[in-house]
Write a protein that binds this ligand. Structure first.
Ligand SMILES: C[S@@+](CC[C@H](N)C(=O)[O-])C[C@H]1O[C@@H](n2cnc3c(N)ncnc32)[C@H](O)[C@@H]1O
Length: 243
């Protein structure tokens, strides 16, 4: 049974805690690109969460089906205007089945890393491909591992340091595992820690996973605005095509 890191407490704070990811300048280009790739056909979001992307995409007229592990996250989605537009299958994206065939499957916001073994990440690609019609697209948005920021044998990198939140990533380069440690405070004195494990993965390794699943790279951009992916890019939006 896969561990669920998005329980009720996390789910209730998710949208507020990820407020910058809901900004129109982030969601606008995301939904534009996904709607174009869907081409009016149904889309499948793996790890749909609270519907951050699925709801605005559905409001554009794309029928969206989500797969999601956390019932608490889906409860948040259901409580929102437009939440009823999304069909959801509760389950693990390595194996859960959504009824139908899709032109587009997508997995955003670094969530491939929530699956913490290589075998299971390959299973996510295989499951996405299983749901796609021939010529369909699988889109992944993921960070590029920031190992160049780690001097010498250092294992920790601070990614956020604000009044109410300190975020530190811990890397184990032998296993390709990392943990995002979050220290959160409402009074600036007492901090609550939560740590979420990830498997970090290079774009080239994802390309191999796609090939195992019968897909080939069609595009790799640095962002949803289709800017060029370069050696300086900190994340990527990659599109593979089935068959
Ligand atoms: C960072 S959130 C992203 C949610 C949403 N896609 C978004 O962009 O806001 C990660 C989500 O992935 C879900 N998740 C993690 N592992 C999963 C798995 N193996 N199968 C299905 N959902 C999973 C979590 O429950 C959580 O809702």
């Amino acid at each position: 049974m896969r561990e669920n890191h998005f329980d009720t407490e996390v789910a209730e704070r998710y949208d507020e805690g990820s407020a910058e990811m809901f900004a129109p300048e982030v969601l606008g280009p995301t939904v534009d690109l996904l709607a174009e790739l869907a081409g009016g056909r149904p889309a499948l979001e793996l790890a749909v969460g609270t519907g951050r992307v699925a709801i605005p995409l559905a409001q554009r007229g794309v029928h969206v089906h989500g797969i999601e592990l956390s019932e608490a996250m889906v409860a948040q989605l259901r409580a929102k205007p437009g939440g009823d537009l999304i069909d959801v299958t509760i389950g693990d994206m390595t194996e859960a089945t959504a009824e139908g065939r899709f032109r587009l499957a997508y997995l955003v916001f670094n969530t491939i890393g929530n699956v913490t073994t290589q075998d299971d990440q390959v299973a996510v690609f295989e499951n996405a491909a299983r749901h796609l019609e021939p010529g369909g697209f699988f889109v992944v948005e993921n960070g590029v591992p920031i190992l160049r920021r780690l001097p010498g044998s250092e294992r920790f990198a601070v990614f956020d340091h604000t009044d109410g939140h300190v975020g530190i990533d811990e890397y184990d380069t032998a296993t390709q595992l990392m943990w995002s440690h979050h220290y959160s405070s409402t009074d600036g004195t007492t901090y609550r820690r939560s740590s979420v494990p990830f498997r970090y993965v290079w774009p080239a390794e994802l390309d191999l996973m796609a090939r195992i699943a019968g897909m080939r790279l069609a595009h790799r951009w640095a962002d949803w605005d289709r800017s060029e992916f370069t050696g300086a890019s900190t994340r990527h939006v990659s599109v593979w095509r089935k068959g």
